[in-house]
Design a protein around this ligand. Structure first.
Ligand code: B12
Ligand code: SF4
Length: 503
């Protein structure tokens, strides 16, 4: 009997309503399709019956590939892999993506994992598929790990390829109608450059991409993005590049190209604060005219002491203020990420950050902030200090399920202080309005309550008082009354309950 030529690819839910096609799987699908394999992509976000579908699809398939990052995605990964192994213990289960790339050995140790792929997966996955088809061993394929007679074998790293050398992603496999039903907006991610020249303490980027920034040519970006948005009627593209503005001239040329091509879509980027601060108002206006409406920047802290500890010496608050002013003038939303609880951040430094956020939001109501709690990821520069910091590393793949920046507890931020930070984060959420990618489906009543509660929330944040958080309670009650679509894995449900009486 001929070996099957179908490959099933699964991506667990991202715990987010901001649903769109998983680029990692679309990337590895192209070489497989070109080699004549049939590819089924099953995304838990849009397929509530994903367990059943996977078990149906694997019956006449060659292998199952799963894409995952550290955190709650591991829960579905383990469940699905175990279920497949119960059906057929010899059916190959392959894990790829950031978690297996950063912790290859430990991931491969799981009894339900046969193969892991480290780093870029396009060529590795194809080579694995070919060997499985031929019934051959996996020796000699760089960048993978597999088991041989119960022993773990990790092959040497696969040299990184530039983005230009990679095939286009198989967007045709994505069911954009289904994503739109969940998210309320029709959008996709697009990658125009790879890696980042910086090396922030908490970031895993350098661990995988080695700070070797490289980018697609301007013409290709313009052509592909215009085609993609027209073909699938997308209203928004999120450039998931780690740092879109590394080459400013290129960024401006992309904007010019999109204007010339009559592009009709909105797009947003991620970039560091220092590179964003280089943009003049007229450059920002050019980008805005081309559709770029938002720049997401990881400021992470407003304390210079913590910035230094984060390896973010390139940031300057005065520059950031001026840059926000220019963005607003050009009608570009400056959006910022904040990390609370980085080692070295105590209550004093946290207050500096909250005061900065309050000041920015009052002066520039269009600016927005998103907050997280520091999560020490394997592969990040700070991770080698985990022992000294008292962080216990989970000893198995399953142990990483709860590693999630929304509710991480740390040896120096736990108990009442952790609860206090969580309540503070909730107040920051209601104090100022922010626009997520997902369509805003709140009723007028929910909006009105948010508006009303924003005033006491601001007072609390100004005075650092979070006891008896009645406004949060009202907001939550309302959310429960109003039926909102829920992602399959709602990380919010995993959050430890916040005590109503923390001060
Ligand atoms: C877009 C994105 C998101 C989106 C995802 C939207 C979506 N629908 O896919 C959103 C906003 C939801 C998100 C959320 C989070 N993210 Co995120 N995200 C990214 C980002 C910027 C791009 C990912 C991407 O699509 N890349 C492009 C594709 C082509 O690359 P890729 O996924 O790496 O895939 C390649 C390889 O990994 C491999 N591969 C991938 N899957 C598979 C599967 C198989 C079988 C094989 C063989 C190979 C393979 O081959 C691919 C092609 O080379 C990355 C940073 C980055 N540079 O990748 C961070 C990143 C993945 N995110 C990260 C984090 C930490 C998070 C959050 C925890 C953030 C938060 N504060 O909550 C959450 C986690 C959500 C969850 N599920 O648990 C970290 C992950 C670190 C880690 N240890 O896993 C990254 C790496 C950022 C960073 N530099 O630290 N994220
Ligand atoms: S956090 Fe952002 S700026 Fe810092 S290294 Fe990672 S991708 Fe680069």
């Amino acid at each position: 009997m001929k070996p099957p030529r179908k490959i099933v690819l699964f991506v667990p839910s991202f715990s987010s309503l901001e649903a769109t096609a998983p680029l990692g799987l679309l990337a590895i699908a192209t070489p497989l399709l070109r080699a004549g394999y049939a590819v089924r992509v099953i995304d838990a976000t849009i397929a509530p019956d994903f367990r059943k579908r996977i078990l149906d699809e694997v019956k006449d398939a060659l292998c199952l590939g799963i894409s995952l990052v550290t955190g709650p995605m591991i829960r579905d990964t383990v469940e699905v892999a175990r279920a497949v192994k119960r059906w057929n213990k010899d059916f190959p289960v392959i894990l790829g993506g950031w978690h297996p790339s950063l912790l290859p050995g430990q991931t491969l140790e799981a009894e339900y994992v046969d193969i892991i792929v480290r780093g870029q997966g396009e060529e590795s996955m194809l080579e694995i598929a070919r060997r499985l088809t031929d019934g051959a061993g996996l020796e000699g394929i760089p960048g993978i790990g597999f088991k041989r007679e119960g022993q773990l074998c990790l092959t040497p790293e696969r040299p990184l390829k530039s983005l230009e050398q990679m095939p286009p992603k198989a967007y045709q496999l994505a069911d954009f109608d289904a994503y739109e039903r969940i998210c309320g907006r029709r959008w996709a991610m697009y990658i125009s450059s790879l890696a980042c020249p910086f090396n922030c303490s908490y970031c895993t980027n350098a661990g995988v991409y080695g700070r070797k920034w490289n980018a697609l040519p301007v013409e290709q970006v313009v052509e592909e993005t215009v085609d993609l948005t027209r073909r699938y009627r997308l209203e928004l593209l999120w450039m998931a590049d780690d740092n879109f503005l590394v080459d400013l001239e290129r960024a401006l040329k992309i904007a010019e190209g999109l204007i010339r091509a009559g592009a009709q879509f909105q797009w947003s980027i991620q970039a560091t604060t220092n590179l964003t601060a280089r943009l003049t108002v007229s450059e920002l206006q050019l980008l805005r005219r081309s559709g770029m409406h938002q720049i997401c920047q990881g400021i992470e802290t407003a304390s210079y002491k913590v910035m230094k500890l984060m390896n973010k010496g390139f940031q300057n608050l005065d520059d950031i203020y001026q840059s926000i002013e220019r963005c607003i003038q050009a009608d570009v939303i400056p959006s910022f990420n904040i990390i609370f609880g980085h080692p070295g951040e105590g209550p004093v430094e946290r207050r500096e950050t909250v005061r900065f956020m309050m000041d920015v939001c009052r002066r520039f109501p269009k600016a927005e902030f998103w907050t997280n709690i520091f999560t020490p990821y394997p592969g990040s520069p700070i991770f080698h200090r985990s022992k000294e910091l008292g962080i216990e590393m989970p000893s198995s793949l399953e142990g990483w399920v709860d590693y999630f920046p929304r509710y991480t507890t740390l040896p120096w931020l736990r108990g009442r202080e952790h609860q206090r930070v969580q309540v503070m984060r909730d107040y920051l959420r209601i104090a100022f309005d922010r626009a997520p990618i997902a369509a805003d489906r709140r009723s007028w009543l929910a909006r009105a309550v948010q508006h009303l509660t924003s005033h006491p929330a601001r007072w609390r944040l100004d005075h650092d008082v979070y006891a008896f958080p009645i406004e949060l309670w009202i907001n939550r009650k309302l959310k429960n009354i109003l039926t909102l679509p829920k992602p399959n894995v709602d990380a919010k449900l995993l959050e430890p309950a916040t005590s109503p009486s923390c001060a």
